[in-house]
Design a protein around this ligand. Sequence first.
Ligand code: GAL
Length: 431
Amino acid sequence: MSISRRSLLLATGALGGSALLSACGGSDPSGATAGAPTGELEVFSWWTEGAERNGLLALLDDFKGHQPKLDFVNRAVAGGAGAKAKEELAARLAAGHPPDSFQGHAGAELAGYIAAGRLEGLNPLYEKEKWADHFPAALLPLIRTEGTYYSVPVNIHRANMLWSNPAVLTAAKADPAPTSIEAFLESLQKVKRSGRIPLVLGEAWTRKHLLETVLLAGLGAERWSTLWRKGGSWSSPQVTAALQDFRDLLQLSNLADADPLSWDDATKLLGAGKAGYQVMGDWAEGTLKGSLGLHPDSGYNWAAVPGTSGMFQFLSDSFTLPAKAKHRQAALAWLTECGSLDGQLAFNGAKGSIPARTDFPADTRALFGQYQQWSLDQWQKCEIVGSLTHGVVAPIEWNAEIDAALADFTTRRDLPKFQDALAAAGAKHAT
Ligand code: GAL
């Protein structure tokens, strides 16, 4: 594929222009489809909102160009961060009725599926595509268990991001890039006095997302990472202080009205000038730019979550091959697409993330938007740590216990009880 097509994919993806993408898909200049799989391919994900849907459609469009004979069944279950999808998936896997490929996260999230024998190893595909040479060294151990690769990463997202509305902040005289939680709280107070929502939250998982970034700010990269290993110090005074910060931040949020809002609804409130700040992964950029047509500086701004600059709390969406997938050949073709350079450029241009592959041509870099170019630099420069909410540091069962403790805390605000519950979950699950 020529660089001009890459450029078109990136540009239209960034505008959320899946219609235009469809218009230019469907060709196979390499003739690689001879003997290609035919029939159905069911792909399971949770990409239904704004930029995540646009990303999936951009990837799909490129895929159709390479595999025109496949009939793609888009089984996307609404609910950010897979809140609902993961339950449905677990039921299907338990019933022996897996989709042909499903979305997960690189890291601990897939451990349970692997241990239960639900996934097929992908080493032959990795060898054929030489992916071990093209994915970052830091990512490889997270998609490999005892020497076997079990998923194909499509991107790198950053969780510890603060998004803000410049007009709201200017009117309130608030800072777009506070460097500490203390300074952030002062700016939030100013936005509150101006009559806007200071910190906009959505459904339950968006609060865990906030919590993990505040813990990172309070603990730093090293201590954050040790929390997820045996002996991790959940009862430390640093954790207590971070939980106090979290409690103070909740006071300056729309928590009471947040339940019905998806992450994307919350991002749109920010874009529309109804809120000052949102702590959200950089899929929010895809919505601000792609869905709302806003521009950096005039329409929105970004910074690392206060206290976390120099740290990149990452996550990586990755696709799998379930054992007993009905359309195995089609699934392998899909996974090949997910790991391909063209697929990753098309997908990430629309989604707000950066490619997991490191070998894209230097001149392609300039085609990404301002945020993504900054993010590509940050990924090189920052200290890399994993995300909790998005599957890197803890398995699903541990996440579920943290969810329960957090739900209790957001209603009762009993901080010692919350910290004890977090410590108990840590002692139970850390290995
Ligand atoms: C994450 C996922 C992202 C984005 C987000 C919101 O878990 O990795 O790609 O979709 O959820 O739904």
